[in-house]
Design a protein. Structure first.
Length: 328
């Protein structure tokens, strides 16, 4: 079984200082690059410890300088929070700085509370997102930008910046339904879903049918590898709980818990949203998840919650030496 591997990172706070968090993550990014992962995907979140890279472009500029082969990008930029022209220029800078390794993840934002803190009505976000994306793609592929719409107006703006990749960097979307998967397919975007095996299968089948088998459709999972299953559970379970508490912190503040996230690692394992264990266990589980979902891309999470750098690095080392080669 052959499958490509990527990494997704919330860059969640854990229990270190922010400076230590960034230093640790960038060391891990260097290891992802050396190990041959395809892409490093970074979340954008605001007003929550879930996301300590709220300006992903700044963080990814550092990633560009610390890597040579690894592709990278946001999953996703929350488009309604940006001025499109400003974001076009940032995308071009990151693609140029990396020699054409930037991947453009796009979305409207999943948290109504984060959008509200940024003075944006969640009910308006989808419409703004669609228009913003139209402007961004036009700006990335034209010498001048002209757009007159409901939310944005640009008249003959010179496009001095351009991306390395033509017509533009590859697009990515997070998908949660067949409808959203078909929308990604129509745009020519790659897609990632974090749902259970049974939920991802129809999404992946619809996506691959719509793209003629082209494009990447990924399933995302928390991963932790140790020498034994028992050791892996002992370390990963409390770390997962810290991550979950960060995930739902704003929802709890407004007395609204998102129901579709597993609240502890035992439930996550039962719902197939995490894979934890020895190298042999993890190999077998990835085979099962890939076969069951029909995905051609497997997106890991190695750093989350209060995992120390050493714990994440050890898990990654076991994964790259004893798990990844089995799939290549």
């Amino acid at each position: 079984m052959r499958v490509e591997f990527g990494v997704f990172d919330h860059v969640d706070r854990g229990e270190t200082s922010v400076a230590e968090l960034f230093a640790s993550r960038l060391k891990l990014v260097e290891a992802y690059d050396a190990a041959g992962f395809r892409t490093y995907h970074v979340a954008e979140h605001h007003a929550t410890s879930l996301g300590m890279a709220p300006s992903p472009g700044i963080y990814l500029a550092a990633v560009a300088q610390r890597t040579r082969r690894l592709r990278f990008g946001p999953l996703v930029y929350i488009l309604p929070l940006y001025t499109p022209l400003r974001l076009i220029e940032e995308i071009c800078m990151l693609d140029q700085m990396s020699g054409g390794r930037f991947e453009l993840g796009i979305g409207r934002g999943i948290s109504p509370y984060e959008l509200a803190y940024c003075n944006l009505n969640f009910l308006d976000a989808a419409e703004i997102y669609e228009e913003s994306l139209q402007v961004i793609l036009a700006g990335l592929t034209s010498k001048t930008l002209t757009h007159v719409g409901k939310h944005y107006q640009y008249r003959g703006v010179p496009m001095e910046m351009e991306p390395v990749q033509k017509p533009h960097p590859p697009l990515w979307q997070g998908v949660t339904s067949i409808e959203s998967a078909l929308g990604a397919a129509r745009r020519g975007a790659n897609a990632v879903s974090h749902g259970p095996i049974g939920g991802v299968r129809p999404i992946a089948d619809a996506y691959l049918a719509a793209t003629g088998g082209k494009g990447l459709i990924g399933c995302g999972r928390h991963v932790f590898v140790a020498d034994t299953d028992a050791e892996a559970m002992k370390i990963a379970a409390p770390a997962y709980k810290v991550w979950y508490d960060s995930l739902v912190s704003l929802w709890r503040k407004f007395r609204s818990i998102p129901y579709h996230f597993a609240e502890n690692l035992e439930i996550a394992l039962a719902k197939d949203s995490a894979i934890v264990g020895s190298p042999a266990t993890v190999r077998g589980e990835i085979e099962r998840h890939v076969a069951g979902t029909g995905c051609n891309y497997f997106v890991t999470r190695f750093a989350y919650g209060n995992l120390t750098h050493e714990e994440s690095a050890r898990s990654l080392s076991l994964f790259t030496s004893e798990v990844m080669p089995h799939f290549k």
